[in-house]
Design a protein around this ligand. Structure first.
Ligand code: MN
Ligand code: MN
Length: 473
């Protein structure tokens, strides 16, 4: 007869070890169905929202359809009210007022909606050898060689001196032309190929090819440039000088797609950090907010240091919370500081996933594994946690308890091996205000590349985490 009794060692192992397992192994068919449905909706949203401005438009549309109001149109606030504030079309704060008084603190989830890309320079358009180009400056930490020889699209605004704003989105529809940055053929690249990856493509050579057809007039010097300007003038009513007051962003023209024979992953541009931003947006809209007021931050400029009046360091965020206090009739001197010191937050940003092809940069036991659930980075920074925000153990225990009672898979990880590198998020900016905060997001392959990869299991796990945090923190 076979002995099915567990040994004492086996029993102890099950009780004491923190056993880790892929989320797919334990997900039910019903849960898999929800994961795939959520991921489809996410990819659809992402394809319409490749820039921070487009993300704000897409989010506003959904919020307006679901009873949210612009806070500037609201006189007073009380429990159950749902408001948002849009900051210069590029960042956004959303709140659902809870039953508790604001002074007892807020439950915040904060993500960023800007992503690495190329920006068009103010003096953008030039012609060389009957080819027309846009000059660019890169935005955020990119590997420049990844941005050549791929289809690119142009998104953004051109603002004329009369205040008229022209919206540009070209290269996304099947009928649209696309653009590209050319690279050298291998046959003639002997010298280039000897360079390091960081020097192989010079930043000043990231010039977008936009045309080659001359305007027919013998008396003109730059005929191709003139022809492009004529086309742009016909389509948008702009002149060359109008580029001086434009924000045009160059992003990959390809759409987000399911990845793998099993369709278990998402490949797409801008998942850092729109995957967390979308999850946070869905979470605040779907959470049953009873206790503390829920606040969702969709920040701009994280990729270049969170500076500027649309970045997380801006006073516009404090002003939004002050407005909540004013309009709920609670405000009094110095209350804002007290609110912050009583609040807790998930800094919803992506982290590095353990990639077996590049295993040497990770400590495998502390790395985030794909499909093992939302990943918390207790600390960020580099070289001995320098410059990072280090979450308090007491706060982590509280968050763990919420996740475990809701049966949500999570992992507590770090970004890379000791002394290999490091990174930061908006977490430290909120921690500076006195808020309890921990980084918490979806692990990503090929982060900051034109085509980032995430696990659908982790995408759904992050969304569920943000939702229960709003309900129970
Ligand atoms: Mn990020
Ligand atoms: Mn990033």
């Amino acid at each position: 007869m076979e002995n099915t009794e567990k040994t004492e060692g086996k029993r102890l192992e099950e009780e004491l070890f923190n056993s880790k397992k892929s989320g797919w192994e334990t997900a039910s068919d019903e849960e898999k169905g929800m994961i795939f449905k959520f991921s489809d909706e996410y990819m659809d949203f992402l394809n319409r929202s490749k820039t921070e401005r487009e993300f704000v438009v897409s989010a506003k549309t959904i919020l307006d359809q679901n009873g949210y109001r612009d806070i500037k149109d609201v006189e007073t606030l009380s429990a159950g009210d749902k408001v948002y504030s849009i900051n210069r079309d590029k960042s956004m704060y959303i709140a659902v007022i809870g039953n508790s008084r604001l002074e007892e603190g807020l439950n915040l989830v904060g993500a960023h909606i800007d992503s690495p890309r190329l920006d068009i320079k103010p003096n953008a358009l030039y012609e060389d050898t009957e080819l027309a180009y846009f000059n660019t400056q890169y935005y955020g930490g990119i590997k420049k060689y990844q941005w050549t020889a791929i289809p690119l699209s142009i998104h953004g605004v051109i603002v004329k001196t009369n205040g008229e704003k022209v919206y540009v989105n070209i290269g996304e529809n099947e009928d649209d032309p696309i653009f590209t940055i050319t690279d050298l053929l291998p046959h003639l690249a002997q010298e280039q190929m000897k360079k390091t990856l960081s020097d192989g493509i010079d930043g000043e050579d990231l010039n977008l090819l936009i045309g080659n057809m001359p305007y027919k007039d013998e008396g003109i010097n730059e005929k191709v440039k003139l022809n492009i300007l004529k086309l742009l003038n016909d389509k948008y009513g702009i002149k060359e000088a109008d580029f001086l007051s434009s924000e045009l962003e160059i992003v990959p023209a390809f759409n987000a797609r399911s990845l793998g024979f099993d369709k278990s992953m998402v490949a797409g541009y801008g998942q850092d950090d729109k995957v967390c931003a979308y999850g946070a947006l869905r979470a605040i809209m779907e959470a049953n907010v009873q206790g503390k007021t829920a606040v969702c931050i969709l920040a701009d400029k994280e990729e270049i240091g969170s500076m500027g009046n649309t970045g997380m360091m801006s006073q516009t965020f404090d002003n939004f919370i002050a407005e909540l206090l004013n309009k709920s009739g609670e405000n009094r001197p110095n209350l804002l500081n007290k609110v912050f010191c009583s609040s807790s937050m998930l800094s919803a940003d992506v982290g590095a996933v353990y990639d077996p092809i590049y295993a040497s940069v990770s400590d495998r036991t502390n790395a985030a594994l794909s499909a093992y659930g939302v990943s918390f980075d207790k600390y960020t920074g580099g070289k001995g946690k320098s410059g990072g925000s280090d979450a308090n153990a007491e706060f982590i225990a509280k968050v763990r308890a919420i996740l475990e009672r809701n049966n949500i898979r999570y992992q507590i990880t770090e970004l890379g091996r000791v002394d290999v590198g490091g990174g930061g998020t908006i977490a430290y900016i909120l921690a500076d205000k006195g808020i309890e905060v921990i980084d918490c997001g979806v692990p990503v392959f090929s982060m900051h590349s034109p085509y980032e990869v995430t696990s659908k299991f982790d995408i759904y796990s992050a969304y569920r985490t943000y939702k229960v945090f709003y309900e129970e923190a």
